[in-house]
Design a protein around this ligand. Structure first.
Ligand SMILES: Cc1cc2nc3c(=O)[nH]c(=O)nc-3n(C[C@H](O)[C@H](O)[C@H](O)COP(=O)(O)OP(=O)(O)OC[C@H]3O[C@@H](n4cnc5c(N)ncnc54)[C@H](O)[C@@H]3O)c2cc1C
Length: 372
């Protein structure tokens, strides 16, 4: 049966994509967020739309999502900062270059364009990187965009009704076909989507989400320092590392000429405060790779909270025991990238359409905590 009405809780990039896709499928959709559109982790994100290759379900959802983003990105207004800068993964030694070769093979098998580069070719692509890098992998189809601007545009274009921040109402509880707001009133719809990022665990009991804090900093304008989003290949090991605090090198050339530099990962810290030693470690690492950064002023430093799941995959689909409730949360450091395919999965369930992407790896029912 096709849903005729929907309430989406949370107007980050994931909720905004869900609401816009549901509305474009003809479902009367309301979105609720007391903070307005594009806040939360979305306002802190780097804005990299990137296909990741491992594990296979992450490749499937990031590839599908990047394809869907590619249909939207050229339509966005200029202030969305869209730029197809590609991703340059860089290897410092032979072991990391083996990882580049493995990525290349997985991308080839999945039909994602990528090119292995020698150290000299890396230097030619990015002359300001330190000399002597071993090689790299260029993925030309990846992009960057400002997620909050994209979220606002998506909602506006789809004509989604927003219930915040004018009324500044938050959802207090979610039940079958209904939400209760903080003023005690209730709203009803055929389906409810809990897309409240890290906060979705407060609204749906048993959602196994942990905060994974990240730091970023933005430099003054330095448009000639790099052309691609450059990421050190050891980044992936660090993303998948267990509980350790990690920093890795990742730099993005914004359309505005500013550079955004990252990043860090730290579990279970839920404050916004900037941690000076972590920032110091990030700066040291970044200047090792891109020595000219030393001379460029920092304009802003900020932090954000990613919502991490135990297996590193997002939680997307019907709640296993609450009828009409759908979950779209736990996207950790790839929520912008994955938001489009997440919305497609939710809309396919809501409209009874056969899914293009197999949704089973992301099914909420894989977590027994949700069955209790
Ligand atoms: C430092 C950093 C860098 C990142 N870089 C990238 C990147 O380059 N590429 C990428 O793909 N991803 C990146 N991410 C991840 C990405 O930003 C997140 O995965 C994504 O923004 C999550 O979006 P969301 O909509 O699920 O959650 P959020 O953006 O957190 O939105 C949730 C919303 O729910 C609302 N809410 C909370 N409680 C309630 C309630 N009771 N009622 C109503 N609304 C409520 C909140 O106000 C909030 O606006 C990064 C994250 C961080 C922290």
């Amino acid at each position: 049966m096709t849903a005729r009405s929907a309430i989406v809780v949370g107007a980050g990039i994931v909720g905004s994509c869900c609401a816009s896709t549901l509305a474009r499928r003809g479902i009367a959709t309301t979105i609720i967020d007391p903070r307005g559109v594009g806040q939360g982790a979305t306002s802190a994100g780097m804005g990299h739309i990137v296909v990741m290759d491992d594990p296979a379900p992450e490749l499937a959802i990031t590839k599908r999502s990047r394809d869907l983003w590619d249909e939207i990105l050229p339509l966005l207004p200029k202030d969305a900062g869209f730029r197809r800068c590609g991703t340059l993964w860089i290897a410092t030694d032979d072991a990391e270059f083996s990882e580049a070769r493995a990525k290349h093979a997985r991308f080839n098998a999945a039909g994602v364009e990528s090119h292995l580069l020698t150290g000299a070719q890396v230097a030619a692509e990015e002359p300001h990187l330190r000399p002597g890098l071993f090689g790299g992998l260029l993925v030309p189809g990846d992009s960057i965009v400002l997620p909050a601007v994209a979220a606002r545009w998506l909602l506006r274009e789809a004509g989604v009704v927003s219930d915040g921040p004018a009324s500044v109402r938050a959802v207090m509880t979610i039940g079958a076909n209904q939400v209760t707001l903080d003023d005690g009133s209730r709203l009803y719809a055929d389906i409810i989507v809990n897309a409240a990022g890290l906060w979705s665990r407060e609204l749906t009991r048993g959602l196994p989400l942990r905060a994974r804090k990240g730091h970023l900093w933005m430099t003054a304008r330095a448009p000639d320092l790099c052309r691609h989003q450059i990421v050190a290949l050891d980044y992936i090991k660090k993303v998948h590392s267990t509980d350790a605090v990690t920093t890795s090198f990742n730099i993005q050339p914004r359309a505005s000429g500013h550079l955004v530099v990252g990043s860090s990962r730290q579990f279970d810290v839920e404050t916004e405060a900037v941690d000076a030693p972590i920032l110091g470690a990030m700066t040291e690492l970044a200047t090792t790779f891109l020595p000219s950064l030393v001379a460029i002023q920092t304009e802003r430093v900020w932090t954000g909270l990613r919502a991490a799941t135990p297996d590193g995959l997002p939680i997307i689909g019907p709640h296993p025991s609450i009828p009409s409730l759908y979950l779209a949360a736990g996207h950790e450091g790839l929520g912008l990238t994955m938001s489009m395919a997440t919305a497609e999965i939710i809309a396919d369930f809501a409209t009874g359409r056969a899914p293009l992407l197999d949704p089973s790896p992301y099914a909420p029912s894989r977590f027994k905590e949700l069955l209790a």
